[in-house]
Design a protein around this ligand. Structure first.
Ligand SMILES: [Zn+2]
Length: 324
């Protein structure tokens, strides 16, 4: 049996795991990320928590094939620089150097959303597919593309930022500073913003009742639940939300023609209520859908483990050795 060491670096926690060749996590450890600290401190913790997971698995570092890391950042494997990591406030950090001196294994690093898509294709909802596009619909929108069972991240691994593709010209300002990004319309944050505006205009909505008449308590789940119950305001909000989401996904279908679209994150918890309506909308708004059809849209299966499993197997995606 071959073993792989993965690390999922989030803004809140660093989660390390040892995964066997059947994609089963055999040991997992986590530590708080404490994002405000120096590169030395955080990379040292990244190594420590990873070594801890190896010990928990009853293995030695020699038993591991590689160390794969998913980070909320852009990392260029050719220049070996982490170009940008918003959560940590890092820019142009020689990240491989910091990590390689801590753990003597081949190091592979990729964007965390790409790792999540890869994990779902290897071991999760899309296990039997080779080509997939995944969107993680949470407070932001992450995206990943897998082509022929390898992550597609564009030139220098700086692409595949699906949440920041343009959906509306001159639209709502996004967290990235641009206007009209898909994230500004399809994140839970976006739905909550629209719901607050809507109940302001129509306070009789069931949404107000469900949030205890405190608009700050509105969340995506409440809006979906109210729509399921037929509340007019919520139905309109979800219809609009699905319209934007379908518009974004139809572009990804037209460009990549994946076999499957995977939806993860909190908003995907709405399940079939979301998927059925989305499917219907995609049939009407996607190029040549009446001739070619549309890919199946499915819900992600692995939850937070997707990023960890995808990271652990980065060596399979990134080739025979680290790109230099
Ligand atoms: Zn953006």
């Amino acid at each position: 049996m071959k073993y792989y060491l993965g690390l999922d670096v989030g803004g809140t926690n660093l989660v390390a795991g040892v995964v066997d060749s059947t994609y089963k996590i055999i040991a997992k450890e986590s530590v708080s990320a404490n994002a405000g600290r120096s590169v030395e401190e955080i990379t040292s913790d990244m190594a420590e928590v990873s070594k801890k997971a190896v010990r928990k698995a009853g293995l030695q570092l020699d038993d591991l094939s590689s160390w794969g890391i998913g980070m909320p950042s852009c990392v260029n494997p050719k220049t070996r620089l982490l170009v940008h990591a918003n959560n940590f406030g890092w820019k142009n950090v020689p990240i491989y150097e910091y990590l390689e001196k801590q753990i003597p294994l081949p190091v592979y690093i990729e964007n965390d959303a790409n790792c999540a898509a890869y994990g779902e294709v290897l071991a999760g909802a899309a296990g039997s597919y080779t080509d997939a596009v995944m969107l993680t619909l949470g407070t932001g929108v992450g995206g990943g593309i897998v082509i022929n069972k390898k992550i597609y991240a564009g030139f220098d691994h700086m692409g595949a930022e699906l949440g920041h593709t343009k959906l509306v010209y001159n639209g709502v300002t996004c967290t990235c500073g641009q206007k009209g990004c898909l994230e500004s319309y399809c994140s839970s944050t976006a739905l909550i913003r629209r719901a607050r505006e809507a109940v302001e205009a129509t306070p009789s909505s069931l949404v107000m009742d469900m949030c205890g008449y405190d608009k700050s308590q509105i969340n995506g789940e409440i809006v979906f639940d109210c729509a399921k119950k037929g509340d007019t305001v919520a139905v309109r909000l979800i219809d609009e939300y699905i319209g934007y989401l379908a518009a974004g996904i139809s572009s990804f279908i037209t460009i990549f023609r994946p076999e499957v679209i995977i939806l993860g994150g909190g908003m995907a918890q709405a399940g079939d209520f979301l998927l059925d309506a989305l499917n219907e909308r995609l049939h009407t708004c996607t190029f040549a859908a009446e001739v070619i059809g549309i890919p199946q849209v499915i819900k992600a299966k692995l939850g937070n483990d997707a990023g960890l499993i995808g990271a652990a197997f980065l060596e399979k995606s990134m080739g025979d050795g680290p790109e230099k």
